[in-house]
Design a protein around this ligand. Structure first.
Ligand code: C2O
Ligand code: CU
Length: 420
């Protein structure tokens, strides 16, 4: 089913004329058939046995490793990733979390492609033109698939890395923490970039001890004028990424996640537990809001309740009282500036994630976003909070819009945004 077919009969015409440029400067990397891939990868999904904390754990893995291979590209590359499924019976896909690809490459089974079944393959292609930190994961039975290990890191660098540039994905495999603490010697004066990636279903607390640092980027977008921080905790929502930068001091530095050292340049003993939490809405140099008027507005009320829209009533994680597949799609026109107001009436955190777009944060409950323009693809909507976010509908297709606690997503908290 094409988006055009789905829109037929809704009375919505395609908006004429060229839409103004996206203020955040990301394009949508359509590959032309004449483009030769410059970075090629093959990811083969299959069952595997992975060693975690001295024990063998049954996993589903890309190329027999968890996380899967780290995919790296440089701006200007044409990336081609061949996905093969060896024996994952429920099928696999690749979704490029936070990387805004054209809809056909987005990897959502039943929406943008069919799940890749055992013995089958699917080839993804996109342009590397969005420098930043991302990750990939299966979107077929995503809750089980990601927990079993079908995920990995995607990094697009603007050029050859300067200094030390490392990724720190944090995840648990079937309830066991990964990876083991990594220790790396770094000479004083070397610029360091730590790319923190929360591939888990819940928020994690990150604390960097032994140095001042800046949050250079969140969710792949560079922040404007990030000021130095020290003794500060950053909370990364499920799916989110923070890039921390600092110049290596002569003494050791350590990154703690929920109080556990996961990366260090030597022995550091610091209690990071009481450190204040950074509010990204007030961090960095302010800039005027790009939008003051909105063509379309939607309110999403997140709750847990009885879904009465299906054949039989059931308890589910709901959006406006309904659960997937009974939540009406959000239909917009190409070029619209769209505002979402997301209200969490439930007792649990819902890390929200819209595919194919980054949203500009306008406010969270009574806090206006007054720091650097904050373009996110993953953000925690905590119980009682109200988030206002906006985006321009400039990447046509049918896009999943869901909670990234993937258990919630699979239990109803998924809807779709669509336009052609
Ligand atoms: Cu990280 Cu719909 O996904
Ligand atoms: Cu949720």
């Amino acid at each position: 089913v094409t988006v055009a077919a789905l829109l037929a009969g809704t009375g919505l015409a395609v908006a004429p004329g060229a839409a103004p440029a996206v203020p955040h400067g990301h394009g949508y990397p359509q590959v032309r058939t004449s483009d030769e891939p410059t970075r090629r990868f093959i990811l083969t999904a299959g069952t595997a046995t992975v060693r975690v904390g001295g024990r063998d754990v049954a996993a589903w893995a890309f190329n027999a490793q968890v996380p899967g291979p780290e995919l790296t590209a440089t701006v200007g590359d044409v990336v081609e990733v061949t996905l093969r499924n060896r024996n994952i019976g429920r099928g696999v896909t690749l979704h490029w979390h936070g990387y805004d690809v054209p809809n056909s490459q987005d990897g959502v089974p039943g929406v943008t492609q069919a799940a890749v079944l055992p013995g089958q393959e699917f080839v993804y292609r996109f342009r590397a033109d969005q420098a930043g930190t991302y990750w990939y994961h299966t979107h077929a039975v995503s809750d089980v698939g990601v927990r079993m290990g079908l995920y990995g890191v995607l990094v697009v660098r603007p050029g050859p890395p300067t200094g030390l540039d490392v990724t720190v994905p944090v995840h648990t495999l079937s309830g066991r923490p990964l990876p083991a603490a990594r220790v790396e010697r770094v000479e004083a004066g070397v610029p360091v970039r730590l790319r923190l990636i929360n591939t888990d279903n819940t928020t994690h607390r990150y604390a960097l001890a032994g140095t001042a640092f800046q949050v250079a980027a969140i969710d792949g977008f560079d922040l404007r004028g990030p000021t130095p921080l020290a003794g500060t905790t950053v909370l990364i929502p499920a799916g989110g990424r923070y890039d921390l930068v600092f110049t290596a001091p002569a003494t050791p530095v350590a990154l703690f996640v929920d109080g556990r050292a996961v990366y260090s340049t030597g022995e550091v003993s610091t209690a990071t537990g009481g450190w204040p939490v950074l509010d990204p809405l007030t961090y960095g140099a302010p800039a005027p809001a790009p939008w003051t008027r909105f063509d379309r507005e939607f309110t999403l009320v997140l709750d847990r309740g009885l879904d009465l829209h299906g054949l039989l009533p059931r308890y589910a994680h709901t959006v406006n009282g309904a659960a997937d597949p009974d939540i009406p799609p959000q239909v917009v026109r190409r070029g619209d500036v769209v505002r979402f107001t997301i209200v969490n009436r439930s007792q649990t955190v819902h890390p929200w994630h819209l595919h194919g777009h980054h949203v500009l944060v306008l406010s969270r409950t009574r806090t206006a976003a007054v720091g650097s323009p904050l373009w996110l693809d993953s953000f925690d909507v905590r119980p009682g909070e109200v988030w206002e976010v906006a985006f321009r509908a400039d990447n046509p297709g049918m896009w999943a819009n869901h909670c990234h606690n993937l258990g919630h997503a699979d239990a109803g908290m998924t809807l779709h945004l669509m336009y052609s």
